[in-house]
Design a protein around this ligand. Structure first.
Ligand SMILES: NC(=O)c1ccc[n+]([C@@H]2O[C@H](COP(=O)([O-])OP(=O)(O)OC[C@H]3O[C@@H](n4cnc5c(N)ncnc54)[C@H](OP(=O)(O)O)[C@@H]3O)[C@@H](O)[C@H]2O)c1
Length: 319
């Protein structure tokens, strides 16, 4: 029976990073942006999430295939060096678009994917959490991306109510460790984890990134973010601007966001992203979009400086 899992909405400064100047011949908008390590790689703080590339419901071909390819190429042209994807976006669609647009990949591009889910014949999200399924998921990602290795792959845990009682977290970690030790992935990431699960995993092996839902109005993962920060591990919030699943309007229409945007001559999305960038140096952004105009707007959030008044108003914002 298909289990609805949450790639749909789930239950939910110190400037230590260094600057990397002027990469890319086009002098893209991310050219002088701060960076933070993601495993063995150091990436710019605004990357790109590929979940919006497939059609509606993250299913099937894009509404506008040419635009989708342009978005991906433009992202890299503008300096994006970190792209988040998944074989189950489409399925296959996001990965195949990335490969078509970018293969052979630029040496500095860090591709990150995730395993733990699949799609049923109707596009429903189903669990694929068992060790053999995690391995199969990594292999499918490599094949559809035409890659020999991925910089990191996130073990995407299901929400507590949907977990498969037949598979333990330790078994999953064992599988991810052997996949990494075989060289199929450069690093292990975790997604949708509790603080206890995070601490347990880092006690067992190196973890290079954590992806949990997090934004101005959804701060449940703050303890995990803080723990990652303490350990120098990248925290990559998903749904940074509220997602495509209905949370976006609450975030972008929030009075603190709207008023700050008006006062600073920025857009609400840029304010939401700039707030995350200012919150902690280990936050790496992967806003998702299928639109060239939105891509450029999102990358330009790196130039938006939130003053003390803005930070106070946004920090006090609640859902
Ligand atoms: N680990 C996980 O479980 C997990 C779960 C979900 C997502 N992710 C990753 O996280 C990434 C980000 O999450 P997300 O894409 O779901 O949500 P998001 O980035 O919070 O929001 C995406 C939504 O915002 C819209 N949008 C983007 N830029 C905009 C702009 N400048 N102005 C107005 N609207 C804008 C997009 O529509 P347009 O296409 O029209 O721009 C889309 O509807 C994903 O792409 C995926 O790579 C991971």
């Amino acid at each position: 029976m298909p289990v609805l899992i949450p790639e749909t909405r789930n239950s939910h400064q110190q400037r230590r990073a260094t600057r990397r100047q002027g990469q890319g011949e086009t002098g893209g908008v991310t050219g002088d942006m701060e960076t933070f390590p993601l495993g063995r790689h150091r990436v710019r703080r605004i990357g790109f999430g590929a979940m919006q590339l497939p059609g509606p419901g993250v299913l099937g071909p894009p509404r506008d295939r040419d635009e989708a390819l342009k978005v991906v190429r433009r992202a890299v042209e503008l300096g994006v060096d970190h792209i988040d994807t998944a074989q189950f976006y489409g399925p296959n669609v996001a990965n195949e678009l990335l490969a078509e647009a970018l293969y052979p990949y630029p040496a500095e591009l860090v591709l990150v994917s995730k395993v733990g889910a699949a799609r049923d014949g109707h596009g429903g999200w189903i669990s694929a959490q068992r060790p053999a399924q995690l391995r199969a998921g990594v292999l499918e990602n490599l094949a559809t991306l035409r890659a020999d290795q991925l910089a990191a792959v996130n073990l995407r845990r299901l929400d507590a109510g949907h977990r498969d009682p037949g598979v333990s977290f330790d078994e999953q970690l064992d599988a991810m460790i052997s996949i990494r030790d075989e060289g199929l992935i450069g690093g292990i990431g975790l997604s949708n984890v509790t603080l206890e699960e995070f601490e347990h995993a880092v006690g067992r092996t190196e973890v290079v990134c954590v992806q949990n839902s997090f934004n101005l109005l959804d701060r449940a993962a703050q303890p995990v973010l803080s723990a990652c920060r303490q350990r120098g591990i990248a925290f990559v919030p998903y749904f940074p601007i509220g997602s495509a699943f209905g949370g976006q309007s609450a975030l972008l229409g929030h009075p603190a966001v709207a008023q700050t945007a008006g006062r600073l001559a920025a857009t609400p999305v840029q304010v939401a992203l700039a707030w995350l960038l200012a919150l902690a140096p280990n936050i790496l952004l992967i806003p998702g979009t299928s639109s060239l105009a939105h891509l450029e707007e999102n990358l330009a959030a790196g130039s938006v400086t939130l003053d003390a008044k803005a930070l106070a108003a946004l920090d006090a914002a609640t859902g």
